[in-house]
Design a protein around this ligand. Structure first.
Ligand SMILES: NC(=O)C1=CN([C@@H]2O[C@H](COP(=O)(O)OP(=O)(O)OC[C@H]3O[C@@H](n4cnc5c(N)ncnc54)[C@H](OP(=O)(O)O)[C@@H]3O)[C@@H](O)[C@H]2O)[C@@H](O)CC1
Ligand SMILES: Nc1ncnc2c1ncn2[C@@H]1O[C@H](COP(=O)(O)OP(=O)(O)OP(=O)(O)O)[C@@H](O)[C@H]1O
Length: 487
């Protein structure tokens, strides 16, 4: 098809693409003739836009607020588009590709932006129109080229729909929506009658003290709900009966000496240290021996909470080449690490996300370890400079304990990710990080939608079983505003 020759060509192109929308046979459908299009193009495409929006809402958006936000963003982007002023390389277009992987049909819906385009283009000269459409078609072509290898080469790409949507203001919001969920799905081990106890994970959580009994429980409980077989909690003797009382599911070992803990570690598939650990200086020898053990045995290892406090306090003794290790700081823990490792003061005053990302990359490189930085956007940064960002909608509540769920689930995901023969440690860290972030944020959001400001971490934990089941049956109807990308 020749593109860009003028007004009639636009109509042909539109009718060609619209035929896909109305037909389920995708590429095999015959394009309707341009004369079959209604005379009043503007109203026609406005109606198509509305219907697509409704379709989007009915499939993926649940709450009224989300509907408003989505519609608002979209309309604002479309309405505020300064057509004559915008440089061509920022040309406003939007397209959605719906891929039904199971039947391998591809349907292309170039709808609501086409409605916009049509209205605008009608009023402008043919020359500009021609250039615009060339750009438009190039993007469409590229998107198809990108989508097919994903389908063909990634067997785990289970998603039913892959959305690609581009607008100036909400650019790429939806691009990796389902890929992010797919990371999570891909890591879940297949349950078969041949599995034996322990195959899905034997995980150690080291933490729990008189003051903090909730934190190790949250970490351990998230691991249990995700499907690990055995969870050991190592904590101080006074915390042990309390933690045991929370759940008979957990194996709780009182005592924090290296000599009592280390002999039990060779049977563990991943180790998480820090949630509720406390800051008793007598714990430092345990951490030092643990670092050496993890480095030698290459066990998936997560350092969180007070574990990070010890690392900051003894930064000069933190070993290099901890290839299996992920540090999971919140902003306060991050600022402590930056201060001790990079000499950076006042990190808490930084409000600019890209500056934080830059610092996280520097910290990761300097410490030679992966950093999973929690915040409004979660960042997974590996020492080679790769960054994964996850900004899936999460809870608006910042109640304590959500980071403990991150640390626990991350430990288990690291074990699962590394078992995948295609993964080296770097890719395992990114895959596990994205999965953990998606899990905590989505479970948190669901809990928040139900309970509002009364939401707390046990409520988030209660969302995990349903969430896992929904993902496995791909019944996700409420994923909105996901932005996860790797640079
Ligand atoms: N139920 C349980 O058992 C739970 C136990 N937990 C466990 O508790 C242990 C300690 O962890 P932690 O994160 O509370 O201690 P820490 O690193 O000193 O940070 C607190 C300090 O940072 C500050 N601050 C906070 N945010 C800030 C911000 N955005 N910007 C700036 N400042 C900010 C805040 O200052 P404040 O507002 O109080 O003046 C405060 O001084 C750890 O083992 C963890 O696992 C938790 O998991 C929760 C559930
Ligand atoms: N401002 C934010 N907006 C949205 N999500 C956030 C925000 N801050 C943190 N989160 C999410 O909440 C989760 C926990 O992060 P948080 O910063 O609360 O950890 P933490 O302080 O270590 O938690 P804990 O209370 O367990 O110690 C992370 O997965 C992160 O994605």
């Amino acid at each position: 098809m020749h593109i860009g020759a003028g007004h009639h060509c636009v109509r042909d192109l539109l009718s060609f693409f619209l035929s896909f929308e109305s037909s389920s046979t995708s590429f095999e459908s015959t394009p309707p003739s341009s004369s079959s299009l209604p005379k009043d193009g503007s109203n026609y495409f406005q109606a198509r836009y509305e219907s697509l929006l409704n379709m989007y809402h009915s499939h993926f958006v649940t709450s009224e607020n989300e509907k408003k936000n989505y519609t608002g963003n979209l309309k604002a982007a479309i309405d505020s588009f300064p057509f004559p002023l915008l440089p061509l390389n920022c040309f406003c277009f939007c397209f959605i590709i719906l891929i039904d992987c199971e039947h391998f049909f591809v349907q292309i819906h170039f709808l609501f932006c086409l409605s916009f385009l049509f209205r605008q283009i009608d009023a402008f000269c043919n020359e500009l129109l021609g250039l615009s459409l060339s750009l438009f078609s190039k993007e469409a072509f590229l998107s198809i080229i990108i989508s097919f290898p994903l389908l063909v080469f990634n067997r785990n790409f289970h998603c039913r729909y892959f959305f690609l949507l581009k607008l100036p203001n909400v650019s790429q919001i939806f691009v990796f929506r389902f890929i992010e969920m797919d990371h999570f799905l891909k890591l879940l081990p297949k349950l078969t009658p041949q599995l034996r106890k322990g195959d899905c994970g034997k995980i150690a959580v080291i933490g729990g003290s008189l003051e903090y009994t909730g934190a190790p429980y949250y970490a351990a409980s998230s691991i249990s709900r995700l499907g690990a077989d055995i969870i050991h909690v190592f904590c101080t003797p006074d915390a042990a009966p309390v933690i045991k009382g929370y759940s008979p599911d957990l194996i709780v070992h009182p005592g924090m000496s290296a000599s009592s803990i280390l002999p039990k570690l060779p049977r563990m598939d991943a180790i998480i240290i820090g949630p509720g650990l406390g800051r008793n200086p007598s714990l430092w020898p345990l951490l030092q021996e643990l670092f050496q053990y993890v480095k030698k045995e290459e066990v998936p290892f997560v350092i969180d909470g007070d574990g990070l406090w010890f690392v900051s306090e003894h930064i000069e003794h933190f070993p290099r080449q901890m290839v299996t290790t992920v540090l999971t700081p919140n902003i306060v823990e991050f600022s402590r690490l930056c201060k001790s490792a990079l000499g950076e003061e006042d990190v808490l005053k930084i409000k600019n996300n890209s500056q934080i990302q830059h610092l996280a990359a520097e910290l990761s490189r300097k410490m030679d370890v992966t950093i999973y930085m929690k915040g409004e956007v979660d960042l997974v940064v590996t020492p080679n400079g790769e960054v994964s960002k996850c900004s899936t909608d999460s809870s608006l509540r910042r109640c304590g304990g959500q980071g403990d769920v991150t640390a626990g689930s991350l430990g288990l995901f690291l074990f699962w990710a590394k078992k995948n023969p295609g993964n080296d440690w770097t890719s395992a860290h990114h895959e596990a990080g994205i999965s953990s972030s998606w899990l905590v944020r989505t479970a948190g959001r669901r809990a928040f939608e139900k309970h509002g400001r009364s939401m707390n971490t046990p409520m988030l934990l209660d969302e995990i079983p349903k969430l896992v089941r929904d993902v496995e049956t791909r019944e996700m109807k409420d994923i909105v505003h996901t932005d996860s990308s790797k640079h």
